[in-house]
Each structure stands twice: as C-alpha cells, then as structure tokens.
Ligand binder design. Structure first.
Ligand code: 13P
Length: 338
C-alpha cells in the first residue's frame, strides 16, 4: 500500500466496494453494548473484543478503514502486535475519532454542539505519528418541535469544517459526519428537510474553510422515517429520498459517501445501501461506515467467551461481505440465508 496523499487515502478506503468499520465507541458506549451480553467493560475485554473483530477473515477486501477510539489505537493484541498493525495486516487503514463529544447549546433547548477544537492540532499530530491515516468528527442534529435551529446547524457545520481543515493540514483524511438522528416520531419529509439543511450548510463551511473536497469522506445518515413514526418508509423510498438529497447537495468531486447505520437493523441497512447502488447514476462511491450494523451479530455471538471467537468472526465477516456487495449494488436477500 503506497498512499502518498489524502486524495489517494480517501480513494483507497472506498475502492472496489470496500467500506469502513466504525469501532470507535467511547468507553461508556462500549459499556452499554457489553451490558447487553453480560460482559464487564474492562480495558482487557474491550481489547479482546476489538482484536477479535480486526482479525476476522472478512476484513480483507471488504473493509478499507477502521475507526478507532483513543484507547484502542494505543492497545496491542494478546500476542503483542499493535492493533494498528493487525488492521494494516488486513490491508485496511487505521483511523481515529477526534471529537470530544456533545455540549448543550445555550439558548437552544434539546440541541448540542460537538466540541474538541481546543488542542485539536496537537492531538492530530500525535495520532498521525501513531499511524492514523484518517479521522472522524461527529455532529448531532436532533429533529423535534421547532428544531433543528439554524444556530445549531451553523455551529456544528462550522466546527466540522475547522476540524476537517486541521486534519488535512496534518496529512489525514477527515470523515465529516453530520448525523441527523432517527430518534423521534418525525416523518421522512422532516428527515429530508433537516438533512438537506445540514448538508447545504456543511458544504458552504467546508468551502469557506479551504477544505479539499477530493481528500474528504462524508458520513451522513440516510433519509428515513423517525424510529417512532407510525408510518415507516419502505426500502425503495428511503433509497430514493436519500439519493435525491445527496444529489442536491454533495459536490461531484467528493470521492466517497459512507453511511452511518444509526440504529437501523443490520440487514435493513444493507438493503438500503444496495437499493441506492442499484439505482446508480451518481458520481461518488456510495458505501458504508457502520458501527452497530456491522458489529451487532458478532457481539451477540461472542458473549465474551474465547470459544465463541471463531463464530463471532464469521458473523462480522458475513456482514462485511454483504455490505461490500451492497456497495456494488450486487446484494440479494437470499445471500443472508446461511
Ligand atoms: P452506527 O453505524 O452504529 O450508527 O455507528 C456509526 C458511527 O460511527 C456513529 O458515529
């Protein structure tokens, strides 16, 4: 792998249907995931779990990059190999989440801004020296009564742009993630509107801040009905509305769009991605950067037990393969039957 600049790195990550494994859960979030299988969230258990994922056969050829949490990029596998080198050994690139989470916005009830610009340049320099090739920053947009506000969108997109510029200045690809949450009973139209406003603002700020779009990856939500909406949009409608929204807002020179799964059931997230790629006609690679939708079956199979490692790895490999097929528009529901 000889990748000489951010444009080549971004292109490599999403080449040939590959996508991203999001494994950057903070320790509290990892704790919640482990609670669901009755495993203690200790540093060693988190290491064992992630080592198990990263050594899965299906990483190779299907996963072009792995997003890590600060703790993980510093950890080594049980045999002493750094987890970063385990990932590189799968022909995949290590990346790192660099934001510092959410803070309430004064005067905007129910809304948050993502923080972490203080000291960012220093942190990025350290991560680059540790071998990180790309980075991630997640902004969160909530739909509700009278929200998202313009102020919330503007502050979050400005921070995303400043982060992205700083990542590129340090030789790493920024993944910009403006996540419109699925939480709530809103309609797919309301999700379209909030996503449209967020993406419009994001690309204005990226341009103003001098971010190189060819060395950037966008990680958006899909345009869906809210989780608690009584009328759930079907696969074809989600695919069509999501593509419409992206076509109206995303410059053609962006190399890749990698969706978050946002709490969608795992096979449904695959079906949505596949439906979009079957429609086709867009200039970017359209792929995945799933956390839960890649990991959930593996987590469940693992249960924290060494004897389950191989079965759990098969589960991760399967989802990685299915999502690669979906990125190529070649997935079929019958492939899920094993
Ligand atoms: P999910 O796919 O579980 O939403 O996670 C992706 C992610 O990285 C959220 O920041």
């Amino acid at each position: 792998m000889s990748l000489n600049n951010i444009e080549e790195i971004a292109t490599f990550i999403v080449a040939d249907g590959k996508g991203i494994l999001a494994a950057d859960e903070s320790n509290p979030t990892c704790g919640k995931r482990f609670d669901s299988i009755g495993v203690d969230s200790t540093e060693e258990n988190r290491r064992d779990y992630r080592e198990m994922l990263f050594r899965s056969k299906g990483m190779k050829g299907n996963i072009g990059g792995v997003i890590l949490f600060d703790e993980t990029i510093r950890q080594s596998a049980a045999d002493g190999t750094s987890l970063r080198d385990v990932i590189l050994g799968q022909s995949s690139l290590p990346g790192i989440k660099v934001d510092k989470g959410l803070q309430p916005i004064e005067g905007c009830p129910g809304e948050t801004v993502t923080v972490g610009l203080d000291g960012l340049d220093g942190r990025l320099k350290e991560y680059a020296s540790m071998g990180a090739k790309f980075t991630k920053w997640r902004a969160v947009i909530n739909i509700g009564e009278g929200i998202p506000s313009d102020k919330c969108i503007d502050e979050n997109m400005q921070a995303l742009a400043e982060y992205a510029k700083c990542a590129q200045d340090n030789g790493m690809v920024p993944i910009v993630e403006p996540e419109v949450l699925m939480d709530g009973n809103h309609s797919i139209d309301e999700c379209y509107e909030a996503t449209d406003r967020s993406l419009k603002s994001l690309f204005v700020h990226l341009e103003k801040n001098g971010v190189n779009i060819k060395g950037t990856i966008l990680k958006p939500n899909m345009v869906t009905s809210g989780k608690d909406c009584s009328e759930q949009a079907g696969v074809d409608e989600v695919a069509k509305r999501t593509l419409d929204c992206l076509m109206s807002n995303v410059p053609a020179e962006l190399p890749g769009i990698t969706f978050l799964s946002g709490g969608q059931p795992d096979v449904r997230a695959t079906a949505h991605l596949d439906a979009m790629n079957k429609i086709g006609g867009f200039p970017w690679k359209l792929s995945f950067s799933y956390g839960r939708a890649l990991q959930a079956p593996a987590l469940k199979a693992w249960e924290g037990k060494p004897e389950n490692i191989s079965t759990a790895q098969d589960e991760l490999s399967h989802r990685a393969e299915m999502n690669k097929l979906a990125s190529l528009g070649e997935w079929e529901e019958k492939f899920e039957v094993r």
